[in-house]
Write a protein that binds this ligand. Structure first.
Ligand code: CAA
Length: 291
């Protein structure tokens, strides 16, 4: 199927990055959020991230303008009715996502492919709440979207081959790489990444190392671009905990138990960069390790 127009639901960290890369690749994009302020902030962020790419000579000024012109914003879900593909990147809560799909589906054309950027919710279960489980799949981008090369493509149990192939073609047009994953808790990236982050929190909790020594060990000893605790702050400690709980519940193995220190940070509201405090204090420049 020839995909020309793409709807993106949710203008947060992931949604604005997804709209950015789609429009830059030439797709017409309809970006939707319930909050007009979130849409305004997203457009400013897309503009500044495009500007950063212009200043590093990754794209031209004309490409920046064309990209911005290809993005239309709306607070009304029915405005996504004429799209060929929808990527949902709303709040990572199943009830929110299913309510959105239920509201959206009556406005869609029969051929439209529905996808979710969920990092941990079952694709098969989300699909079953729509009128088109065979045209539903997971389309999971990594953060920051304009920089990270990978997109996980997750088939639900009912996803058909045409749907998968159409999504794979979009990934190629974005000049990214798709990795096929089956619909099991955490898919591939989070099944492997989150236990590593959780183990780093245990390493801190048990006093084996400080925040700085744990992060420099992995940065300098394993060539990771960020240490695991810095990365946890970047992803959001609430998100890390939620994904660990999905692995623990879904795979029923104690090796996935979330570290009590991670739970405590989330209970304290120390969620990482977005709240200015996590394993680092971001009110300091450079950010100061808290343990
Ligand atoms: N938009 C556009 N460009 C951006 C950008 C953005 N939002 N953020 C960074 N960049 C660009 C910069 O302009 C820079 O470009 P050049 O290479 O041309 O100089 C490049 O990316 C590197 O950025 P910086 O120099 O500012 O910073 P850095 O070298 O420290 O890299 C980083 C930053 C790319 C985030 C790097 O630290 C990194 O790769 N970290 C790991 C990120 C990661 O693991 N993400 C996955 C998280 S897991 C996930 O997302 C799945 C989930 O479900 C939780």
């Amino acid at each position: 199927m020839d995909i020309k127009k793409v709807g993106v639901i949710g203008a947060g960290q992931m949604g604005n990055g997804i709209a950015h890369v789609l429009a830059l690749a030439g797709y017409d994009v309809v970006l939707n959020d319930i909050s007009p302020e979130a849409l305004e902030t997203a457009m400013l962020l897309i503009d500044s991230n495009l500007e950063r790419q212009v200043s590093r000579e990754k794209i031209t000024e004309k490409a920046r303008q064309d990209t911005l012109n290809r993005i239309e914003t709306t607070i009304k879900l029915p405005d996504l009715g004429q799209t060929d593909l929808v990527i949902e990147a709303a709040t990572e809560r199943e009830s929110v996502k299913t309510a959105i799909f239920e509201d959206l589906v009556p406005h869609l054309r029969p051929h439209t492919i529905l996808t979710s950027n969920t990092s941990s919710i079952s694709i098969t279960r989300l699909a079953s709440r729509t009128d088109r489980p065979e045209k539903f799949m997971g389309f999971h981008f990594m953060n920051p979207v304009p920089v990270m090369q990978l997109v996980e493509l997750i088939r639900g149990i009912a996803t058909d081959e045409d749907t998968y192939n159409s999504c794979q073609t979009v990934v190629e047009k974005l000049e990214k790489t798709g990795a096929s994953a089956e619909d099991f808790p955490g898919f591939i990236v989070n099944r492997i990444l989150m236990p590593m982050i959780n183990e780093a929190v245990y390493t801190l909790y048990e006093g084996v190392g400080s925040v700085s020594s744990i992060d420099s060990s992995l940065r300098l000893g394993a060539n990771h671009p960020m240490g695991p605790l810095e990365l946890a702050d970047f992803i959001g400690l609430d998100t890390c905990l939620a994904i660990m709980n999905v692995l623990h519940d879904g795979l029923a193995d104690t090796k996935y138990r979330p570290c009590p220190l991670l739970t405590k940070y989330v209970e304290a509201g120390w969620l990482g960069r977005k709240t200015q405090r996590g394993f680092y204090d971001y009110t300091q420049d450079p950010p100061k390790p808290t343990r």
